[in-house]
Design a protein around this ligand. Structure first.
Ligand code: SAH
Length: 270
């Protein structure tokens, strides 16, 4: 009974993540926007009032996308396994961050998708994404809009991004020329594991003051997310950090009698 004029196409490997959407209607409308553009993977982080009849009604035939959408507790869970994350923002941010338009953002996602799953992160209707969430992103998209009224409805923003993904994934688009050797990108969880390791070592060598750690780690997080680390690069950095930790432990044991000059490890506190 459903008549298809064309073979349905799909754009696998692009994950749309909605962070704490408050209106179930918007969730349904995003599912519909996605399905019209062949984007299939939706992940919901702590949605309010969900599942809901309103979401299903607004999905209007795209309820298969809703039914398949995992509901998770944290942004970290939603991004697990992704090699590249594009955040979306209606407003200018205080921290300088690479901000591109919708076409460029979609192009980047399609390019990075060659090496693994990628994610497109949308914020809350009232407050968007937090700075911490933005820091999980490798790039930010701002859809150019009226400077005095630049905040689109969540589903309208999703429609524009999904349209760009669809348009650019066609024949001759970035997907067509996959001839080069693919880079093996580090996933977001590998990068955050490395950053946590770096934080421990920076504390141990007393470079990082645990009393005011925030800005340093945010800046380092930004640096590494901009750099687009490969998996082997993360392994090198972790190997280096492990070597620093080994050396610190040796110094603590061989120079144990002059404990005051030995660097402390992170267990030691200050
Ligand atoms: N008051 C919020 C607006 C949130 S709109 C704020 O200041 O951030 C809800 C979500 O829709 C945003 O988090 C973003 O994901 C998306 N969005 C809305 N307008 C957008 C725009 N111009 N460019 C990119 N994303 C936009």
């Amino acid at each position: 009974m459903t008549e298809q004029n064309e073979e349905p196409r799909e754009l696998p490997g692009v994950r749309v993540v909605l962070v704490e959407p408050s209106h179930p209607g918007n969730v349904g409308a995003v599912a519909r926007a996605m399905k019209t553009m062949c984007v299939r993977d939706l992940v919901l982080v702590n949605p309010a009032r969900y599942p809901s009849a309103e979401a299903t009604a607004r999905a209007s035939g795209a309820d298969d996308i809703l039914a398949a959408a995992p509901v998770v507790e944290t942004v970290d869970e939603a991004l697990a396994g992704c090699v590249f994350v594009v955040g979306t923002t209606a407003r200018r941010r205080h921290l300088p961050w690479p901000v591109v338009d919708a076409a460029q953002g979609a192009g980047r996602l399609l390019e990075e998708r060659r090496s693994g799953p990628v994610a497109l992160l949308f914020g809350r209707e009232h407050s968007g994404l937090t700075n911490e969430e933005v820091e999980r992103c490798n790039a930010l998209v701002r859809i150019p809009a009226n400077p005095g009224y630049s905040s689109l409805n969540l589903a309208a923003a999703a429609q524009i991004l999904c349209y760009e993904l669809y348009r650019q994934s066609g024949e001759g688009g970035p997907m067509a020329d996959a001839d080069e050797v693919p880079r093996v990108e580090a996933t977001v969880d590998e990068v955050s594991g490395m950053l946590e390791h770096l934080r421990r070592v920076a504390t141990a060598v007393e470079f990082l003051d645990p009393q005011s750690p925030r800005l340093l780690m945010r800046r380092l997080g930004r640096l590494f997310n901009r750099a687009r680390l490969e998996r082997t690069e993360v392994q090198i950095l972790r190997g280096l950090l492990a070597a620093v930790e080994r050396k610190l432990r040796q110094e603590v044991t061989t120079d144990g009698r002059s404990g005051d000059s030995a660097p402390r490890n992170s267990e030691g506190g200050t």
